[in-house]
Write a protein that binds this ligand. Structure first.
Ligand code: CDP
Length: 219
């Protein structure tokens, strides 16, 4: 019988570097990668495009149930307005329930028969894959994260202003941390990395060392 896939969860607040590390780990290990934030962003996009209100539960749940995989590659999902609306739809229990099966199925049977999966988000280690073998939680100070997000947005051609990005990010973080359902928090068994003073290579090395330590019995 083939081994069950190894699941790696990477959670953390906005611009903590989790996407970069999750993608790099997946590439290095030959695992499949799922950016679960895109699911919430695509739900928000659907609601906005239909002139709906992201805070209206019926519209948000309808959008989540109708979501198709192709929409994850859609235009404009990286805009900060979409990120903000994503954190509003993400606080809805019905939306989260509608997206759960897709995420769990991805982890249990990664595409292309990959030997494992890396999922990044807010609640992967706590709610989506609580039994994952390797759990990482990335964090950094709000100022460092806002600087990173400004750089990212400017590289994409938007004229982002630091003070506004910091304010919006703190609002979104608070919404994600304080919501009743699947709030942003490290799992009890997560390995927490504060990336404030680290570069991407250093974070990757720490993450990989933790992966190796957790999975030695597999080898
Ligand atoms: O890239 P960034 O970290 O700024 O955002 P993202 O990971 O794309 O997530 C956008 C929003 O989706 C977050 O602010 C959360 O409200 C929500 N989200 C969530 O609730 N649970 C997840 N597993 C992933 C994202």
């Amino acid at each position: 019988m083939p081994d069950t896939p190894i699941v790696v969860t990477v959670d953390g607040p906005a611009a903590s570097g989790k996407g970069t590390i999750a993608r790099r780990l997946a590439e290095h290990l030959g695992f499949a990668y799922l950016d679960t934030g895109l699911l919430y962003r695509a739900v928000a996009r659907r609601v906005i495009d239909g002139n709906g209100d992201p805070a209206d539960s019926d519209s948000a749940v309808r959008a989540a149930r109708a979501l198709e995989a192709a929409e994850l590659a859609g235009e404009g999902l990286r805009d900060e307005t979409v990120a903000d609306a994503a954190s509003v739809v993400a606080a809805d229990a019905g939306v989260r329930a509608a997206l759960l099966d897709f995420q769990r199925a991805f982890a249990a049977a990664p595409p292309n028969a990959a030997p494992g999966a890396v999922l990044d988000g807010r609640d992967i280690g706590t709610a989506v894959c609580p039994d994952a073998e390797v759990k990482l939680f990335l964090d950094a100070s709000p100022e460092v994260r806002a600087r990173r997000r400004v750089r990212e947005l400017r590289e994409r051609g938007s004229n982002a202003i630091y003070a506004a990005v910091l304010r919006d990010m703190e609002t979104r973080d608070a919404r994600d941390r304080d919501r009743a359902v699947a709030p942003l928090a490290p799992a009890e068994d997560a390995f927490v990395i504060d990336t404030s003073t680290m570069n991407a290579d250093e974070v990757f090395r720490e993450a990989l060392a933790h992966f190796d330590a957790q999975t030695t019995s597999r080898k």
